[in-house]
Design a protein around this ligand. Structure first.
Ligand SMILES: [Fe+2]
Length: 298
């Protein structure tokens, strides 16, 4: 049984087969997956009933783990491993949580286009999302290829954004949704990070348009002008031609490269159970971020 990859769209994404993720991957399998990630950016593995332990073991073979914003949240965790993000609408006893439960409120920002942990340095490299329970409809995850987005930019847009940086902040998406229950001390304690709008994906060598909802403003522009620019760029990057929509089945594992894609969850009936578990690796060896000279209050 050897690993094979079948493209999902003309632009990016592939379905992988020929591997049992319950067992640690062999070095040649890790290399094949890394190469496929560089090419396709999103890989779908169907029919993989992995445990939490098996998901963590598989993820660790691809690098150090990211825990993202969770390290600042200090919340009670339902899952066995601290590094597993609980992308569910479930309460601690496994029942459907109330709509104002912190997990549902926190996970709502997942439905805006973003790259995981782009608000920190190092950010996330691979995210691995495993499906346990799906609602009867909705709750899909959509992906957008930022390399194709760059390729499709008009020349004058490329010239306009070359050399510009955007500042990313962990709470920006939450503020946008009205989740503002943070003290000024908590807000000031979270560092900001700046990323170029145009980056080069190290594995494929392709340029990409690095935007997403964690970006608060463009350095050197007024906040309103920068936000209008970011909004236009995001709209361009997430147009249907650059998207893949994944409809979940229990047992699916989807891996995406946060360096070259954006993603968002889609709405579903919060009265029905939905459970996904995300593990994430850090992009530990990049060299493109710059720290703000002073904290902005965008
Ligand atoms: Fe995410």
């Amino acid at each position: 049984m050897s690993l094979t990859f079948k493209p999902l769209t003309p632009v990016f994404g592939a379905e992988a087969s020929g591997i049992d993720l319950r067992r640690p991957p062999a070095p040649e399998q890790v290399e094949a997956i890394n190469q496929a990630m560089d090419q396709y950016a999103v890989l779908v593995f169907r029919g993989q009933p992995i445990s939490q332990d098996e998901q963590m073991a598989f993820t660790r073979t691809f690098g150090p783990l990211d825990i993202g914003f969770k390290k600042a949240a200090n919340r009670q965790m339902r899952l066995k491993h601290f590094e597993l993000a609980d992308i569910s609408n479930l309460a601690e006893d496994g029942s459907v949580a109330s709509r104002d439960h912190f997990r549902i409120v926190n996970n709502m920002a997942n439905q805006l286009w973003h790259s995981d942990s782009s608000f920190q340095d190092p950010p996330a490299r691979y995210s691995m999302l495993h499906c346990v329970i799906t609602p009867s409809k909705g709750g899909e995850t959509e992906f957008a290829d930022l390399r194709a987005a760059y390729d499709g930019l008009p020349d004058d847009w490329r010239a306009e954004i070359e050399g510009l940086e955007a500042e990313h902040f962990a709470l920006h998406s939450r503020f946008m949704l009205g989740d503002t229950g943070y003290s000024q001390a908590q807000i000031d304690a979270i560092p900001r990070v700046r990323w170029p709008l145009v980056r080069t994906h190290p594995g494929s060598g392709r340029k990409l348009l690095f935007v997403g909802v964690h970006a608060t403003h463009v350095v050197g522009l007024t906040v309103p002008e920068g936000r209008v620019l970011l909004s236009d760029l995001l709209e361009h990057a997430t147009q249907p031609a650059y998207r893949y929509r994944h409809s979940w089945q229990p047992g699916d594992l989807v891996i995406w490269d946060n360096r070259s894609t954006l993603h968002r969850g889609r709405r579903y009936n919060l009265d029905e159970k939905r459970e996904l578990r995300r593990s994430t690796t850090l992009d530990a060896d990049h060299a493109e971020a710059s720290a703000p000279a002073e904290t902005a209050t965008a």
